[in-house]
Write a protein of this length. Structure first.
Length: 132
């Protein structure tokens, strides 16, 4: 993640363009921590979240999800991590806008819908492959 402040607005960017801005437990944890800090910061007016490169966010890295775990352990791990991340978006005390600059897949679409508003570039694409 990369963040910068512009006139009281924090712009958070996923910065893994070669990995299509997929996130893993470390990125998810960093985002949860950053959003909690932003929520407590009285000088922050709003948040924009976007991705660097051609992708907004393509959700979780599959290699992390495919590590050797029993099915219920995997489900519990994914559910707990996802819920914590979703809660950090929903409990943020500032307005958050998704600036969808490119493709958003799976959890990336979910993140955009958890924001108060979303703005898409003409190149943005949305896909929920788990719904097919």
């Amino acid at each position: 993640l990369v963040s910068r402040v512009v006139d009281g607005v924090i712009v958070i960017s996923y910065n893994r363009p070669k990995e299509k801005n997929a996130f893993d437990a470390a990125v998810s944890g960093a985002l949860i921590t950053l959003l909690a800090m932003i929520s407590a910061d009285t000088s922050t007016l709003a948040v924009i979240i976007t991705g660097r490169g051609a992708y907004f966010c393509t959700a979780a890295k599959f290699d992390e999800m495919l590590r050797p775990l029993r099915p219920m352990e995997l489900l519990g791990s994914l559910t707990a991590g996802s819920l914590a991340l979703f809660d950090s978006f929903l409990n943020l005390s500032k307005p958050i806008v998704a600036a969808v600059n490119g493709s958003a897949f799976g959890g990336g679409v979910t993140q955009a819908t958890l924001c108060d508003s979303a703005v898409s570039s003409r190149h943005a694409k949305y896909s929920l492959p788990f719904s097919r």
